[in-house]
Every structure is written in C-alpha cells, then in structure tokens.
Design a protein around this ligand. Sequence first.
Ligand SMILES: [Zn+2]
Ligand SMILES: [Zn+2]
Length: 314
Amino acid sequence: MAKQRALVSGVVALCLWLGTAPSVAAAASAVPPLAGPVVRGFDPPDQPWLAGHRGVDLLGTIGAAVVTAMAGRVVYAGTLAGRGVVVVSHGALRTTYLPVTPAVAVGAQVGTGQLIGRLGGGHACPGGTCLHWGLKRGDTYLDPLSLLDAGPVRLLPATATGLIGQVITGRTRALADGGPLPGLLTRPVPGAVGSAFGMRLHPIFREWRLHNGVDLTAGCGTPIRAAADARVVSVSRDPASGNRLELDHGQVGGRHLVTIYLHAQGFTVHPGAGVRRGQIVGRVGSTGWSTGCHLHFTVRLDGRYTDPERFLSP
Ligand SMILES: [Zn+2]
Ligand SMILES: [Zn+2]
C-alpha cells in the first residue's frame, strides 16, 4: 500500500516537473484527427456564457481526410447550424469534429485513426480552412491536445504564426508571379479540361481567338459547384454565353478574384446571395455558342483573364 502511494505521488511529481497535467485518457492511444498544424489553441471562457474557443483548430484543406482521434462509437453524423459535424463517444469522453462531411453513420464503431469524413469549408482560421476539434467530459470542455503525447502536433503559437505567415506569403507570391496554386479553387464539375485556356481556333467561328477560360467536360445536367466561398454578382443570359453566372470571391492574396460559369441549363442562385465553396449553383447545359454540353469556366484576377488550371485542385 505504501509502495503504491509512493508510486502515485511519483507520477504526480513527474507530471508537475514536466509542467503538464496528467492526460485525460491513455495518451498513447490517441492520434491527431488531421495532418495539419494547430493554429488556434484551447481557450475556454471564464464563464459558460462568454465567448471563447472550446477546442483547437488544425489547419487543413477542403476535402482533407479527417480521422477519429480515438476508437469509439459514432453518436452524431450530420448537419448542425449548416455545418457538417461528427461526434464520437469514447465512454466518459466525447470528441467532436467540424466542419466535416461525414463518411460514417451513427452507431458505427470506429478504430483509432479511422476515416470519419472529409474537411468542409466554413471554419475560417488564419492561413485558410480549419478543422475544429473538441473534447468533452459531460458538459465540461477539455483541451483535446491533452489526449496526445507532446509531439510535433503541439506547436507553440510562435511556430504556428510563422507557418501561417509562410502560407500567406507563398500564396501572395504565386498569385503575383503567375505560378500555380492548386486547390485555391474547387473544381466546379469533376470532368477533365477538354479545351485549355489560350489562343485557339474557335470551334464555331473558325478564327483564332483568346479562349478566356477552360472547357470542362461534363454531361448535360451535371451539378455545377461554386469554386470557393463567394457572393453572386450576376445571373444573366446572352447569345454568346447562354446562361451565365458571375461569382465574386473578394480579395485573395491582395488580388480581386472572380469566377464565371457559362452555357448552363440554368442557375439556382440569385444576385446578392452568399454561396459556400462546393455548393451546387446550377446545372451544366449547352446554351449560347456551344457545340454540346460542357462547362466553360473563367477566372479573373484584378479584372484580367487568367488560366483557371493554375488554381484547380487536381
Ligand atoms: Zn475552432
Ligand atoms: Zn469555352
């Protein structure tokens, strides 16, 4: 008994010496839910009704794999206040993941590190899009990083700030020098580029003209998705473009980014509306000067046409 007590006090002393509280679960059994760095830490409010940050944010990209930090059972997989959420129960503890498009159903048993969904947009953080990862015991929010061994994921704020700075600087430079920035825009339709950006012999007028966007291969009726979060500038129709949509994505890396979608069957959004990255905004068609169903997709940076393939995710 005395020996046991000595061992316990030894463990407590070691924890104090390391400057960390004992982990709330077997530390070795948890993994980070996303590969990205922690860019915003746990900052619970002093009172439940005050603002704070009841979890940690991991920097990622839209569509990145999100895994469960620990083995457990899925108790929620759906939408809350417009955002996809997955909650996994681990006995007395629960972990929450958002915004996540669930890849699991309620009731599913999941093993540590198993895929539970894909990162969605909507939880903005410095440097891009983040996964918000929460941990609760009953009604009490805990720091999810306490589940992990102090490893590379536990970045100091200074390190995280440096990394965010690098991401932003890299993005701004790529935008300025015409370099590629894959993933800046989501593909509006899954198809390949059938006709590239640049001078080409026009298929109808048989003369050389600037093709000011890319033609993406897509069957009639394929959903068209917004390439990034945006505000609808206009929905119009003219003989050349057919049904035309223009989206304003605001400033990206100090440049004004606009995307345009042509030849649609129709659009389901209205001028002034806010749209989310990946949201369905219309259906592919063959209206205007078009020889068959496809999506003509244009990108304008500071008012100038630029090759959309620089920015599309592969
Ligand atoms: Zn957060
Ligand atoms: Zn075209």
